[in-house]
Design a protein around this ligand. Structure first.
Ligand code: TRP
Length: 812
C-alpha cells in the first residue's frame, strides 16, 4: 500500500490539468483548439470538498449486451436497478461523512465525492471514469474553475470494468481502490501500477473452491464462467488447483456475452455440480432459462461475485438455487450503516431517481422502513476503501495499516488484502425466500490444510455428483479409455488379490501361504489339503482292509486245504508267498493316506515297490516252474532239476533284492520328502510327497513293469499247457489286468493334482492287488470250496497223463 500512499503524495493540480486536456474531446475549428465536452454524464451522488474521491458502482446491471456493430448509435443499455450496489455507494458516502466529522482524520480538510453508475458494463465504466476526471460540466472543469482535485477512485466492481478504468487513470497516477475486483490478473503491478483493492485476489478463492470440492467429494464438476477476465482467470486458476486432486472437470463452458439461449440449455443439460464464475448480470438470463427447463438437483457452487447477490433471494428461485454454496467476502460491522441507510428515502432525496428506484425495488408499492436493514456484505469493502484513502493521505510514507471497528485493515505487497472468506449456503428463509447462511470460513493466512473450516451439519445439501460411484472394497478402479479419471468401472479383484478399502486403484497380492477370501477383502490362510481320512481316504482304507481280509481268508482256506490236490499241485509254498506279498500290497496302500511326513513319504513308494516286486517275483517263479514242467517233458531235458524249491527261492529273493537295492539307493541319494505344493491350485496348499528323484521313481515302476511283462510273456507261452487246471492261463490273465491297471495309472497319476495323485496311486495298488488275488486264487478257491469233487489229482491232470509227473512239484 506504500505505492498508494506514494501515488497520493504525488498528487498535484497539474495532474488534473492534464486530465482535462487528455480526456475531453477535441472539437477543432480553424481558429484554434476549443475543448467542448461532448457527452454529459450525470453523477448519481455528489458532494464538494477540498479533495474529491471518485466512486464508480454498478448501480444498475445490464442483463443483455446491446448490439454493438458500430453502424448506428447503440440503443440505451437495458439496465436494472441493483439495491446491493446502491448500498455500497451509500456506504462510501457514509464513510466520507464520517471522515469529515472525525477530529482525528484530516481535521483541516473536507472530502467530497462524485459517484457514478457503471451499469456493470466496461464501456459505461469507462464513461464514468472520464466523467469523474472531467468534472461535471465544462465550466466546472479544473481548467476553468477551481474544481476540487481528484484524490483517488473507489471502484470498480467487476474486474473487466476495473481494467478499463485503471488504464484511464494510469497516466495521471491516480490510484484506484476496488472493493470487488478480485481477478488474479490485476496483481500484475506493471500493467496496473495504480490499482489497489480491499478484496482478496481470486487465487485464494479458487484454492478455497478446490478444497471445498475435494472435501465434499464432488469429483465430477462443470465449470461455467462469464465472458470476461474475471471468469477466464478464475477458471484457469481452479483448473490449476484441481490438478492432482480426485476432482474431474466434466466440462468448461462460457456464458457468451451475447446471450444465447441454445448454448445455455446445452450447458445446463450437462450439469451436476456446477461452479459458476459470473455475476448477476449474466446469470439472470441464464438462470431464467435454467428454471424454465424445470431441472432441479444441480448443486451450484457460487463464486463470491454472486453468492451474496440479493437479486436471487426471491422465493421463485428457491427450488432451483436452494443449497447453493460458495465463498463470500467477509462481512464486517459498520455500526452506523443501518441507521444511515434508513435516511436514504424519497422524501429526503426527492430529485434523485435512484432513491426512487431503490424504494421501488425494496418495497414495491408499500414502503415500510423497518425492513431496510439487510446486512450488506460488500458495503464493508467500500467503507474500508474510503478509509484507506483517508489514511494514506496522512501517512504518506509508511504503509497503510489501520483499524476499523476493532479489525485491522492491512494490505500485502501486491496491493491485495488478506484472504478471508465466509462459506455461504443458500437456505430456505421463513417466507420461502433464500437466506444466505454462514456455514464456515476460509482463512488463507492459516497453514495449508487448516484453511477451510466448515460446519457440515449446518449445510443444506443437494445430491452428490460423481461420474462413477465409488468402488467397494474387494474391487478396483479400471479407468475407461478416453474418459476422465473420475469415470471408471469397478472390477472385482482376481482371486489371490485383495483390496480392503473403497476406491482402490490396485488389488494387492496376498502374502505367501495366504489367499483372498470370497469377497476379496482380506487374506486368509490357504487351505491345506492332503489325502486325509475323509470320504476318499476312508473308502481307500476300507477297500484295502477288505483286500487284506480276503487275502487272509484265501490264506486260511489254502492252509486248511493244504493237503488237497489243487493246493499241492500248484506249489503251495509259492502260493503262500504270493498271498503274503499281496497282503502287504493291500496294506501298503494305507501309507498313502494321512498327512505326509518324512517317514511316510519314504515308506510310500519303497514299501509299495518292494512288496509288488516280491509279489511279481513269486508269480514269475511260479510261471517259470510251469513253463519248465512243460518243456521238461521233452526227453533228455532235465530243466526241472534247476528249478527246485531252493532255486525258486533264490530267484524270488534276487529279483526282490534288485528292487531293494534301487530303493536303498533312492533313499540314500534323494529320498522322497513331504512338500507344500501350490502349483495345481493357487488357493490351496497341497501337502504331498515329492518323489525326490523322479529317475528313481520311474526306475522302480519300470522294474515292476519289466517283471510283469516278463511274467506275462512266459505265462503266455505256457498258456497252452494241457490239463483241466491250467495255472499259466490264469497268470497270463492276471498279468494282463496288472499291466492294464498300471498303464492306466501313469496318465492318471501325471494329470491328477496333488492329493488326488496319491489317491490314484493307492487305487492302482488296490486294483492291481485285487486283480492278482482274484485271477490267481478265485478259481482255486472255487474248486476247493464249491467243487471238492474236482479237487483230485486225476481230475486236475485231465486225460493226458503223460505230463503228470513233471507237473507235480516236489510235494507229490
Ligand atoms: N469479483 C468479481 C470481479 O472481479 C466481481 C464482479 C463484479 C463481477 N461485477 C461482475 C464478475 C460482473 C463478473 C461480472 O469481476
Amino acid at each position: 500500500m506504500s505505492l498508494l500512499a506514494l501515488s497520493l503524495s504525488l498528487y498535484t493540480a497539474n495532474v488534473i490539468t492534464l486530465t482535462y486536456n487528455s480526456v475531453s474531446s477535441f472539437a477543432s475549428t480553424s481558429g484554434g483548439t476549443i475543448c467542448t465536452l461532448q457527452n454529459s454524464f450525470e453523477p448519481s451522488f455528489v458532494a464538494q470538498g477540498d479533495f474529491v474521491i471518485g466512486g464508480i458502482f454498478p448501480l444498475h446491471y445490464n442483463q443483455e449486451m446491446p448490439d454493438l456493430n458500430c453502424t448506428y448509435r447503440p440503443p440505451p443499455v437495458n439496465c436494472r436497478f441493483d439495491p446491493r450496489a446502491f448500498r455500497w455507494a451509500q456506504t462510501m458516502r457514509l464513510a466520507v461523512e464520517e471522515i469529515n466529522q472525525s477530529p482525528e482524520l484530516l481535521p483541516n480538510y473536507t472530502l467530497g465525492y462524485k459517484i457514478f453508475d457503471s451499469c456493470a458494463y466496461p464501456l459505461t465504466g469507462q464513461r464514468a471514469a472520464l466523467a469523474v476526471l472531467n468534472g461535471l460540466s465544462e465550466d466546472e472543469s479544473p481548467m476553468c474553475s477551481s474544481s476540487s482535485p481528484l484524490l483517488a477512485m473507489i471502484g470498480e466492481s467487476g474486474s473487466a470494468q476495473s481494467i478499463v478504468v485503471s488504464r484511464i487513470l494510469q497516466p495521471f497516477r491516480i490510484p484506484m481502490i476496488s472493493y470487488f475486483s478480485s481477478c488474479a490478473c490485476l496483481t500484475d503491478r506493471r500493467k496496473y501500477p495504480t490499482f489497489f483493492r480491499v478484496i482478496p485476489n481470486d487465487d485464494y478463492q479458487v484454492r478455497a473452491i478446490a478444497q471445498l470440492l475435494v472435501r465434499f467429494n464432488w469429483t465430477w464438476v462443470g465449470l461455467v464462467r462469464g465472458d470476461h477476465e474475471y471468469g477466464r482467470f478464475a477458471v484457469q486458476g481452479l483448473l490449476r488447483e484441481l490438478q492432482g486432486t480426485k476432482v474431474c472437470v466434466a466440462y468448461q463452458e462460457m456464458i457468451p456475452l451475447l446471450y444465447n439461449q441454445q448454448r445455455a440449455l446445452e450447458i445446463i443439460s450437462l450439469a451436476k455440480v456446477v461452479v459458476v464464475f459470473s455475476a448477476e448480470g449474466e446469470m439472470t438470463p441464464f438462470l431464467r432459462d435454467y428454471m424454465a427447463q424445470n431441472i432441479t438437483g444441480i448443486q451450484w457452487v457460487a463464486s463470491e461475485a454472486w453468492v451474496t447477490a440479493s437479486v436471487f433471494t426471491g422465493s421463485e428461485y428457491y427450488p432451483y438455487l436452494g443449497g447453493t454454496i460458495g465463498f463470500g467476502i467477509r462481512k464486517g460491522h459498520i455500526s452506523r450503516l443501518s441507521d444511515y441507510l434508513q435516511t436514504v428515502n424519497p422524501q429526503k432525496y426527492p430529485n434523485n431517481p435512484l432513491v426512487q428506484e431503490l424504494w421501488e425495488a425494496l418495497y414495491g408499492c408499500s414502503p415500510s422502513l423497518s425492513s431496510a436493514s439487510q446486512i450488506p456484505l460488500l458495503a464493508y469493502n467500500a467503507y474500508k476503501a474510503v478509509y484507506a484513502v483517508a489514511h494514506s493521505l496522512i501517512r504518506t510514507v509508511s504503509e497503510v495499516k489501520f483499524t476499523i471497528a476493532g479489525e485491522e485493515v492491512n494490505f500485502d505487497l501486491k496491493g491485495d488484502s488478506i484472504p478471508y472468506y465466509d462459506v455461504i449456503n443458500w437456505q430456505r428463509g421463513t417466507s420461502g425466500n433464500i437466506d444466505f447462511i454462514n456455514v464456515g470460513l476460509f482463512d488463507g493466512t492459516k497453514p495449508a490444510g487448516d484453511e477451510l473450516v466448515i460446519e457440515d451439519d449446518r449445510i443444506m445439501w443437494v445430491p452428490v455428483s460423481v461420474c462413477s460411484a465409488s468402488c467397494p472394497s474387494g474391487s478396483r478402479k479400471a479407468v475407461r479409455r478416453g474418459e476422465p479419471v473420475c469415470c471408471f468401472d469397478c472390477v472385482p479383484c482376481d482371486s489371490g488379490k485383495i483390496s480392503n478399502e473403497t476406491n482402490s486403484i490396485e488389488c494387492t497380492f496376498c502374502p505367501e501361504n495366504f489367499w483372498s477370501n470370497e469377497d476379496r477383502t482380506s487374506c486368509i490362510p490357504k487351505k491345506v489339503e492332503f489325502l486325509a481320512y475323509d470320504s476318499l481316504g476312508i473308502t481307500l482304507t476300507v477297500i484295502s482292509a477288505v483286500g487284506a481280509c480276503f487275502t487272509i481268508a484265501v490264506f486260511a482256506v489254502f492252509f486248511h486245504h493244504r493237503n488237497t490236490a489243487i493246493v499241492r499241485v500248484n506249489n503251495s509254498e509259492l502260493s503262500f508267498f504270493i498271498l503274503f506279498a499281496l497282503m502287504l500290497c493291500f496294506l501298503c496302500s494305507l501309507v498313502f493316506i494321512g498327512e505326509p511326513t518324512v517317514w511316510s513319504c519314504m515308506l510310500r513308494h519303497t514299501a509299495f515297490s518292494i512288496t509288488f516286486s516280491l509279489c511279481i517275483s513269486c508269480i514269475l517263479g511260479k510261471t517259470l516252474v510251469v513253463l519248465a514242467a512243460f518243456t521238461a517233458t521233452r526227453p533228455g531235458n532235465n530243466i526241472m532239476k534247476w528249478l527246485g524249491p531252493k532255486q525258486q527261492r533264490t530267484i524270488i529273493f534276487s529279483c526282490t533284492l534288485f528292487q531293494v537295492v534301487i530303493c536303498a539307493a533312492w533313499l540314500i541319494d534323494a529320498p522322497p520328502y513331504p512338500s507344500r505344493n501350490t502349483k495345481y491350485e493357487r488357493s490351496k496348499i497341497i501337502l504331498e510327497c515329492s518323489v525326490g528323484s523322479s529317475l528313481a521313481f520311474w526306475c522302480v515302476l519300470g522294474y515292476i513293469g519289466l517283471q510283469a511283462c516278463l511274467c506275462f510273456v512266459l505265462a503266455f507261452l505256457a498258456r497252452k499247457l494241457p490239463g483241466n487246471f491250467n495255472e499259466a492261463k490264469f497268470i497270463t490273465f492276471s498279468m494282463l489286468i496288472f499291466c492294464a491297471v498300471w498303464l492306466a495309472f501313469i496318465p492318471a497319476y501325471i494329470s491328477s493334482p496333488g492329493n488326488y495323485a496319491d489317491a490314484v496311486e493307492s487305487f492302482a495298488i488296490l486294483a492291481s492287488s485285487f486283480g492278482l488275488l482274484f485271477c490267481l486264487f478265485a478259481p482255486k478257491c472255487y474248486i476247493i470250496l464249491l467243487k471238492p469233487e474236482k479237487n483230485t489229482k486225476q481230475h486236475l491232470m485231465g486225460k493226458e497223463k503223460k505230463y503228470s509227473m513233471s507237473l507235480l512239484p516236489e510235494e507229490l
